[in-house]
Every structure is written in C-alpha cells, then in structure tokens.
Design a protein around this ligand. Sequence first.
Ligand code: MG
Length: 123
Amino acid sequence: MRALVVDDSRFIRNYLHSLFAEHGFECIEAGDGQQGLDCLRTSGPFTVALVDWNMPVMSGIEMLQAARADHAFDDTRIVMVTTEAENDHIEAALEAGADEYLVKPFDEAGLFDKLRMAGVAEL
Ligand SMILES: [Mg+2]
C-alpha cells in the first residue's frame, strides 16, 4: 500500500510518515497542493492521499478538485485534513469528492479509523 501525504507542515508530514510506515505503507510527501498533484501524476498509483486544507501555492480543496476531475485517480482514496475551527470545510470537501475527512488534532487511532471508513483495504 502506498500513501501520499500533502501538508505544508514538515512536523505533520514527519508524524504521518512515521505512522504510515509503522503500518506497512510506503509514504511519499508533498509540501503543497501543486506538488501533491505532481506526485499523483508521476509517482502513483497511491492507495490513499491525505491532503491538508490550508497550504500555499495550491490549497487542499483545489488539489482535491483537480484530482477528482481526472479519472486516472479514481482508485485513490482521498482524505482531507482540516482543523476543528474549519468544520464548514467538511461538507465542501465531501461534495468535491473526498472519501473522508480528518480533523486536527488527531492521533494514530483517529487516523486509521478514518482510513478504514474511507475504504482503505487491509487495515
Ligand atoms: Mg497547512
């Protein structure tokens, strides 16, 4: 299984990378939505992409919309990451084609619960 972590916070990327690695995922990191799209196109296929909402260059929702406009990525589960203060984002993310959403702050159990709910197999 392969995971793409898209977040402008190096701390969050490192944290997610270690959690995914512990669960047997190969993990690739991107620092903004444009880099994330580039990774989808050049380093895929990915089982799941975890996409932060607030990022420079291209936001998570813009990346999600671009990814869902391209049927090449239909098999990639996309989980949007937002903060509790931005709960109105959740509905927009699901409407734009996100499979699930994860609210910051989260822990290992919360992450993998959401991945199971998103239909990521073998968890
Ligand atoms: Mg961010």
